[in-house]
Design a protein around this ligand. Structure first.
Ligand code: URA
Length: 434
């Protein structure tokens, strides 16, 4: 078998066999197949697509490129969540403590921000001292003792996905349904998740722009999970505007802390409770969504979720004092609030443009491995559908210097559109795929 023949086959729209896919992934993992051939193959997949059988084979090949974690005996049911990536998506920081506080242990391996979308690891590292580089042994020990872990993916887990994702990020091959589905599901399968809630984002700030495309991605992932014997539910959620208000690492941690303290933006709180309730049902903690929702609300409003988060931060070397005093989080030196300028209804708060501006401010990376500035970002004060007066605050920029602030103001201004006619608020969720 030669890599070039498999590229040509895919280019010409011919279905690859499971053996061919395994050969390709194994060759890539070992370093026998060079990046340029893998990039060409990924582009052929993006343009030609993959059958359900090919996507399943690719998922298993990626999952088997490294070790598979076995969590049986460590937790009663290994339940996990995964978001396909969004702007202002700090859901994990609230959902996982809620679920853990309900008595369902969660060990999550998260990623870093890529492109305009943020990453949980970058957000957690905004907490002074917080370490995400746990070994598998440390991960398992903390899961047993604390019941909550938020770490980076170990190098041994689905390493081929890490390499492939980095290549896709720089070759325009991220928004492909089979590539996203296999990437997400390979990590979940390798990390031992038996029950998985997928938060599939749709809209201008997501990789899937329309609900039909997001639903197709969701169905593909649910089906892969079924074939691998995992219980999967996918929630299609809105990503046309940022989730909550804050975009940027320390700003998002602060918003998550507000939410864990019983406050926070209503849309974000609602989103977290809905995802947490689905996780609790999948874990068998509650017979149905209504009971699960009641448990989740109790954990959030009764403060037990906040205490779980405190235990998590302490266990991973972070400064637990930030929980009571978020002013200890990194702060940007230059802050400017921008008002609406004219009255009306907020018709658009373009999540992609806001995410890209946050990246340009230093909250994300232009290239893998670039350093980030945890303090910078944007706080959007209004939601689509809100009626605003001319002097109402629209957004606040947090920048490292006046020059970056000026550039960000110019870049982000077109993200906001106000109209004189009433605008419907955007839904939080569109549908559920089981
Ligand atoms: N998240 C992933 O883990 N992989 C993708 O390909 C896209 C989003």
């Amino acid at each position: 078998m030669r890599a070039v023949d498999l590229i040509v086959k895919k280019r010409d729209g011919v279905e690859l066999t499971p053996d061919e896919i395994r050969f390709f992934v194994q060759g890539f993992t070992r370093g026998d197949i060079p990046d340029y051939q893998v990039a060409a193959w990924a582009m052929a997949v993006l343009l030609r697509g993959m059958t359900a059988g090919e996507t399943h084979a690719l998922t298993l090949a990626l999952a088997d490129s490294g070790e598979r974690l076995d969590l049986t005996g460590v937790v009663p049911v290994a339940v996990d969540k995964h978001s396909t990536g969004g702007v202002g998506d700090k859901t994990t920081l609230v959902v996982e403590p809620i679920v853990a506080a309900c008595g369902v242990p969660v060990g999550k391996m998260s990623g870093r921000g890529l492109g305009f979308s943020g990453g949980t690891l970058d957000k957690m590292e905004a907490i002074p001292g917080f370490r995400v580089d746990l070994t598998t042994q440390q991960f398992l020990a903390q899961l047993r003792t604390v019941g909550l872990v938020l770490s980076g993916q170990t190098a041994e887990l689905a390493p081929a996905d890490g390499k492939l994702y980095a290549l896709r990020d720089v070759t325009g091959t991220v928004p492909s349904i089979p590539l996203i589905a296999s990437s997400v599901m390979s990590k979940k399968i390798a990390s031992g998740a038996q029950a998985i809630v997928l938060d599939v984002k749709v809209g201008v700030g997501a990789f899937m722009p329309t609900v039909p495309e997001a639903s197709k991605l969701a169905r593909r992932m649910v089906e892969i999970g079924r074939l691998a014997g995992r219980n999967v539910v996918a929630l299609i959620s809105d990503m046309n505007q940022p989730l909550g208000h804050a975009v940027g690492n320390a700003l998002e941690v602060r918003e998550a802390l507000d939410t864990l303290a019983g406050g926070g933006p209503p849309d974000f709180r609602e989103h977290c409770l809905h995802v947490a309730a689905h996780m609790l049902v999948l874990a068998g903690h509650a017979p149905g969504l209504r009971a699960a929702r009641a448990s989740a609300e109790e954990a959030l409003d009764g403060g037990t979720a906040r205490e779980k988060f405190r235990a998590l931060v302490a266990a991973q070397g972070g400064d637990p004092a930030v929980i009571d005093d978020p002013s200890r989080l990194p702060k940007a030196p230059v802050i400017e609030m921008v008002r609406c300028g004219k009255g009306g209804y907020l018709a658009e708060a373009d999540a992609r443009l806001i995410g890209m501006t946050a990246v340009a401010l230093g909250a994300g990376r232009a290239r893998k491995g670039d350093p980030i500035d945890p303090s910078v970002g944007i706080v959007v004060h209004a939601k689509v559908g809100d009626r605003l007066r001319a002097d109402a605050p629209l957004y606040t920029l947090h920048a490292s210097d006046p020059e970056k602030l000026r550039a960000a103001r110019q870049q982000v201004a077109p993200a906001f559109k106000l109209t004189s006619r009433a605008v419907q608020p955007l839904p939080l969720f569109y549908r559920t795929v089981r």
